[in-house]
Write a protein that binds this ligand. Sequence first.
Ligand code: SF4
Length: 413
Amino acid sequence: MLAKKESPRKEIAATKTLKKIMANHFYDLDEAARTGSKKIAWCTSVGPAELLRGMGFLVYFPENHGAMLGATRMATELIPHANAIGYSPDICSYLTSDIGSYLAKKTPLTKAYNIKSVPRPDVLVFNTNQCRDVQDWFSWYGREFGVPVIGVHTHRDIGQIRDYQIKDIAKQIEDLVPPLEEVSGQKFDMDRFREAVELSRQCSVLWRTCLETAAAIPSPWTFFDHTIHMGPAVVARGTKEAVDYYELLLEELNQRIESGIAAVEGEKYRLYWEGMPIWGKLRPLSELFISLKTCIVASTYCNSWIFDQLDPEEPFESMARAYTELFIVRDEAYKEQYIKNCHEFFKFHGIIFHDAKTCPNNSNNRYGMPERLSKKMGIPTLTINGDLNDLRCYSEEQAKTNVEAFIEQLEEN
Ligand code: SF4
């Protein structure tokens, strides 16, 4: 029998607690769906989760399920089920793999948690701040389950954010209250809402601080760790568990820094990842970069769950601000300045752009940004073609060759 190859990745001890939080998140939803003990709201990943939590809903995030479908490599086989009912292979592969999973009655929750299916929603709530696909995605389930689909329509491609935009989004979030009251059967409680906003703020501040530890040289963790440990910031923001978790993680990361523990042994190069993760290839990519003594220290993607603008004194306005100031909502000039600021802070030597075939919203390489940034910042960039979930769009060999050549180029410089 062949011995199992040991991974060069350094396990983070807090992962044990992380796994418990994620498991409890799904067990709670499953129980509520089976017993009707609590109402369930589905929410987009950068949707108004604080309001839902503050109104007593359990919150389920289909994009998190989409990422699980990608990470378990179930997505590629399930996408054609959604294509067969008219959802194009060119649109978001979270959407197509998630709807495909529902149609094929197969979910990674079964193997991971012995849960048969995703929890039935009582209401679906989206925010188009990230893309239009989320509204189409939720509308499909709305028709399937015969439940309301409500949401927020955010202004997009924004440079400077104007007051009227914030007022509009705040009002749209506030307008969600009456239909949510109708579904929940409970009166809106401002204090409870403020509490969820405050907990979400604390979670965000801690998540940001955790991500910022990667500015240390060598970095105590990598982008590939971030994609795993962002779980509670996505699915449990607005809860005490998420706050406690990031306190624990931060302590461990700071200890690593104090002891000089590098996530990548002999760290030589530092990179920035721009775009979606390639969920089904996290492990091989992470090991490839470790073998090249290269640490991906930061990414736009994992920074997307920092909402430290939240303020319980102004819950609607601050939510509007937090969910509008996001990178994905902004114009090219803002995005370039954002990455430039990250470069100054994290001190990376180059940028990898992931051109995700089915997500134009998170593929910022398509309108000349890599070339402009390279010129402005004096560092090289590399574009990898792939996808978040559809591995038919990704050539591992090609990516490996390109990454190796890119690191050689850094070496020559
Ligand atoms: S932002 Fe991209 S990956 Fe996320 S839901 Fe929209 S299309 Fe899909």
